[in-house]
Write a protein that binds this ligand. Structure first.
Ligand SMILES: [Zn+2]
Length: 310
C-alpha cells in the first residue's frame, strides 16, 4: 500500500526534506544548505535526488511505498509544466524544468508549487484552516505573500501569480517596492521595513523585531504602538481582500505572526470596522498552526490534490 509522500521545502537558507504520512505526520527529515547550490541548479537537483533516496532507504521505504514528491519553492513556479520560472532570492534559477530532471533521477512522480501555496494547502487540510473552503493563507516575514483557497480548491491564476497580497498598495505615495510599484503592503510590514522603522522609533539601529516584541510584552507604549500600526497596515490590505473574496478564514503565519497577540487585534479591528458587514462577520483571523512544518505537511496535500486522491 502507498503510504508516504516525500516533501521538499526550498527556502533561502535551508532545503528541508521529509517523509510525510497520512494526516500530515512527518516521520523523518533531513536538511541541505541552500547557498551551497545557489548557482548550480543541476547540483541541487542531484543533491535532492540523493537526499530523497537516502531518506527512503534509512527509513525502510521502497519506491512502491511512496505516493510522490511534493516541492515548495520560494518564487514563481509553473506547476502544470513542472518548471521553476524564477526564484528571486536564489541566483541561477530561471526556467528550470525541475520536475522532468528530478523524476528521471528519483523515479517518482514530482509536483511543484510556490512555497506560500504549499504552506496554504498544509494549513487548509491539517492546520488552522481546517473546515474552511474559502481561506487566505498569509505569511508575514521577509516578504509578505498569500495562498488562496477559493471554493474548496487552490486558486493559482492563469499565470500562477495569484495571491500577491504583499503587493496590494496601502497608500497613494510611499516607499518604492521590489515590484514595479510603491507603497505596497510589503514595503511597510516586511521584516526589513519593520526593522528600519523600529530603529527610528527606538533610536537604536541594531534593534531586532524580537526585542520590540519583548518590549511590547513588558507594556512599553512605543512598542505596543509599533505592532498596532503594523497590524493596521495588514488589516487595511485585508479589508479589500475580505470584501472581494469573502473568505471565512484568514490564516496568518511567518515570523512576524509570533506577535499575534499585539498584531491581530489591530487587524481584526480594521476588518470589523471597514469591511462590508456580511463579509467582515464571516472572516475569522487566526494564527497558522503548523509553524516551520507547514511546507513539508503542505507538500503531502499538494501530491494528494494533484493526484486527485485523499
Ligand atoms: Zn510591490
Amino acid at each position: 500500500m502507498r503510504k508516504v509522500t516525500v516533501g521538499v521545502d526550498v527556502g533561502g537558507t535551508n532545503i528541508k526534506l521529509g517523509l510525510v504520512r497520512k494526516a500530515g505526520r512527518i516521520i523523518a527529515r533531513t536538511c541541505l544548505e541552500t547557498k551551497v547550490y545557489a548557482r548550480h541548479p543541476a547540483k541541487l537537483i542531484q543533491a535532492m535526488a540523493e537526499g530523497i533516496a537516502s531518506l527512503l532507504r534509512q527509513n525502510g521505504f521502497k519506491k512502491q511505498n511512496v505516493q510522490g514528491v511534493g516541492i515548495g519553492l520560494p518564487g514563481l513556479v509553473d506547476p502544470v509544466k513542472g518548471h521553476v520560472i524564477f526564484l528571486p532570492n536564489i541566483p541561477g534559477w530561471k526556467n528550470i524544468p525541475l520536475r522532468k530532471h528530478l523524476e528521471k533521477k528519483v523515479g517518482l512522480e514530482v509536483f511543484l508549487d510556490n512555497d506560500v501555496n504549499v504552506m496554504t494547502l498544509g494549513e487548509w487540510r491539517f492546520g488552522a484552516g481546517q473546515g474552511s473552503d474559502d481561506m487566505i493563507g498569509m505569511t508575514l516575514g521577509t516578504g509578505v505573500g498569500a495562498g488562496l483557497i477559493l471554493g474548496g480548491a487552490l486558486y493559482r491564476g492563469p499565470g500562477f501569480g495569484a495571491g500577491e497580497l504583499g503587493h496590494i498598495p496601502v497608500n497613494l505615495t510611499g516607499p518604492k517596492c521590489s515590484c514595479p510599484s510603491f507603497a505596497c503592503l510589503e514595503t511597510y510590514v516586511g521584516n526589513g521595513p519593520l526593522q528600519r522603522r523600529a530603529a527610528k522609533i527606538f533610536r537604536h539601529p541594531g534593534i531586532t523585531l524580537e526585542e520590540v516584541f519583548a518590549l511590547a510584552k513588558q507594556g512599553n507604549q512605543k512598542a505596543l504602538g509599533f505592532w498596532e500600526e503594523a497590524g493596521e497596515y495588514v488589516g487595511t490590505a485585508l479589508v479589500g481582500v475580505v470584501n472581494v473574496l469573502n473568505p471565512t478564514k484568514i490564516v496568518i503565519g511567518g515570523g512576524v505572526a509570533n506577535t499575534a497577540r499585539f498584531l491581530f487585534p489591530a487587524i481584526r479591528r480594521q476588518i470589523k470596522g471597514r469591511a462590508m458587514p456580511v463579509q467582515a462577520k464571516m472572516a475569522r483571523v487566526v494564527r497558522a498552526k503548523l509553524g516551520d512544518d507547514a511546507g513539508l505537511v503542505g507538500s503531502r496535500v499538494l501530491v494528494e490534490t494533484e493526484q486527485n486522491i485523499k
